[in-house]
Design a protein around this ligand. Structure first.
Ligand code: GAP
Length: 565
């Protein structure tokens, strides 16, 4: 999400007391597989780890790179600017950028992040723990003469159970007395749905507190990480920030791209890169991290076509996730209500996924597609803008001067065919690479029963990743380490490796080797056996259908290359 003032919806639906519990045990098994097979590790684990930071291991780095390459190829490098894609008002061009993480501090002042990119936090004076104000929810509980608003920072049905446990502890009851607690009202956010409905903090029992009234008043907390530039840095003027989104690098380079390439509006600029947000409560594995990667497009178009382009990008991005194999039933496209929209936005939709750590009916944001109007380009021309009476105007300070001065550079566009000059409108499909990896991992994770080489059912864990995403595309397995099989297998491995990532594995029974590849998400196994030595065919095993077909060894490389495409 973006600037606090924009009143974005929580990424995860808040009141879930009626929902089914999250499938935490499934999530635990996915996290365990991710660690065990080298997909994702906690950062700096040997020193106890660092909350909100994650490393990608050997299989994870390949999966994440494949995902980013799919995005880059499908959205930017492989885009056909001569074709009119389904739903597009016209053909369009795409190009790319790679901007710095630290930018001129004025960028963040004009974009609004310096003043507005914050969350509200509350501290507990007793437990010394910190919470995001909008993540706390609770319910009024009474026992005899005492009444208190019990809170929890857990979402989903687990929240209801947690509230009961906390109330029991507070009223000092035995388990069999729990039913004597009288609950009133529903589970509601501590912050209320409007400020007037906020629960008085004096009556709220903090999630880890023994007494009510220990939560501090909510305070703003800017999510941008600060740093200092230069060896002699000292005063506030040396303050710089790690970018909280890649988008601004694109806006400030808009003119450079126009002046140095032959792109004409409509066109888009794509960028993949790290972003940093000092999240108050990172949680749910990599879902909310403090360091993460974004894949963002800023698409510049004529104002009068912008609605059609917004629709186009919503559909295009939705289909991208489906084409790479996410289950449609676990995805949802949610249009923001008018009240949720950013002050500059005419429309925003989120593509959301039903992650297993969320209760049934809850979804977490994978990507936002926003119609941003001319807000960004104008902000970097004129200075920080605010909406007044429905119009975007320059924000001024008490002295009447601009609060944050823009670059003063002309970022308008001259259309040499229509002879018109205008500030392009922007459609922004903004995706998170780490969240997408997590969604594809969760979606691909299956446990089933398959017959082993003796026909006996065997439990297996399999990652049914799309072949384009799979870290390894194939494994080459000699049935035994003799009779000339390893030599034939190594020759095939060397030829295939030139076309795609694959591995040679001769260790253990073939059943165990299949199981290892299933867990890694490898779509195909090629087994060299006794028959290979007589008729030059190999067994091609498909991870998902489990079919085994005999394929001439000389055709394997071309066949898999074709299937991969
Ligand atoms: N330029 C617009 C923008 O940054 P956003 O909704 O704040 O919009 C876009 O972020 C995407 O970045 C999100 O949909 C999500 O996939 C990813 N993202 C945002 N914060 C994240 C975090 N703390 N951890 C992991 N991914 C995050």
């Amino acid at each position: 999400m973006s600037l606090h003032q924009l009143a974005s919806p929580p990424e995860i639906t808040a009141d879930t007391s009626m929902n089914k519990p999250a499938d935490q045990s499934r999530m635990d098994r996915i996290v365990s597989l991710a660690k065990r097979r080298g997909f994702i590790f906690q950062s700096s684990e040997i020193y106890g780890g660092l909350n909100g930071f994650w490393d990608y291991g050997p299989l994870g780095v390949a999966l994440k790179r494949n995902l980013k390459e799919c995005w880059w190829q499908d959205m930017v490098a492989g885009h056909d600017e001569l074709a009119t894609l389904t739903g597009a008002p016209s053909p369009y061009e795409m190009t790319g950028l790679d901007c710095t993480i630290i930018m001129h501090p004025q960028v963040w002042k004009c974009s609004g992040h310096f003043d507005l990119f914050h969350d509200w936090m509350v501290d507990c004076r007793e437990s010394k723990r910190r919470y995001r104000y909008d993540h706390l929810q609770g319910r009024w509980a009474s026992y005899r003469e005492q009444k208190v608003f019990v809170t929890t920072d857990i979402s989903g049905d687990d929240a209801a159970a947690d509230l009961v446990g906390r109330a029991q502890k507070f009223f000092k009851l035995r388990a069999k007395q729990v039913d004597e607690i009288v609950w009133s009202g529903e589970v509601v956010p501590l912050a209320g749905t409007t400020p007037a409905e906020a629960i008085p903090l004096a009556e709220a029992l903090g999630p880890d507190a023994a007494e009510p009234g220990t939560l501090t008043e909510p305070r703003e907390f800017n999510l941008m990480f600060e740093t200092r530039i230069g060896a002699l840095a000292g005063d506030d003027d040396d303050r710089a920030f790690l970018r909280p989104e890649t988008a601004q690098g694109i806006f400030v380079n808009f003119k450079n791209v126009l002046d140095t390439s032959r792109v004409r509006v409509p066109f888009g600029i794509g960028q993949i890169g790290k972003s940093f947000r000092n999240e108050i409560t990172p949680r749910n594995f990599t879902f909310r991290s403090r360091e993460f990667e974004q894949m963002e497009i800023e698409f510049f178009c004529r104002p009068d076509d912008s609605r059609a382009w917004y629709q186009f990008w919503r559909d295009r991005r939705w289909n991208w996730y489906l084409n790479l194999g996410l289950t449609e039933g676990r995805l949802q496209l949610r249009e923001h209500h008018a009240a949720e929209l950013a002050h500059y936005s005419c429309g925003t939709a989120d593509i959301e996924y039903a992650f297993p750590f969320l209760a049934d009916g809850e979804y977490g944001e994978l990507e936002g597609i926003a119609h941003r109007g001319d807000f960004d380009l104008r902000s970097h021309m004129e200075g920080k803008l605010v909406r007044q009476d429905g119009e975007l105007v320059l924000e001024t300070g008490p002295d009447g001067k601009p609060r944050h001065r823009g670059s003063g550079r002309d970022l308008s566009y001259f259309d040499d065919v229509t002879r018109e000059r205008f500030v392009p409108h922007v459609i922004e499909p903004s995706a998170g690479a780490d969240r997408a990896v997590l969604a594809f991992l969760c979606d691909a994770y299956h446990e089933d029963n398959v017959p082993d080489e003796n026909g006996k059912p065997r439990e297996r864990t399999v990652l049914k990743l799309h072949p384009r995403l799979a870290p390894l595309k194939a494994a080459i397995l000699p049935l035994v380490k003799k009779d000339g099989m390893p030599e034939v297998a190594i020759d095939l491995y060397k030829r295939l490796k030139k076309r795609m990532p694959c591995m040679y594995d001769a260790k253990g029974s073939v059943g165990r080797r299949y199981a290892r590849q299933d867990e890694a998400g490898t779509p195909w196994c090629l087994t060299i056996d006794g028959q290979t030595m007589t008729d030059n065919t190999v067994t091609l095993r498909d991870r998902d259908s489990l079919t085994q077909e005999r394929v001439p060894i000389e055709e394997c490389v071309d066949l898999l290359t074709e299937r991969l495409q």
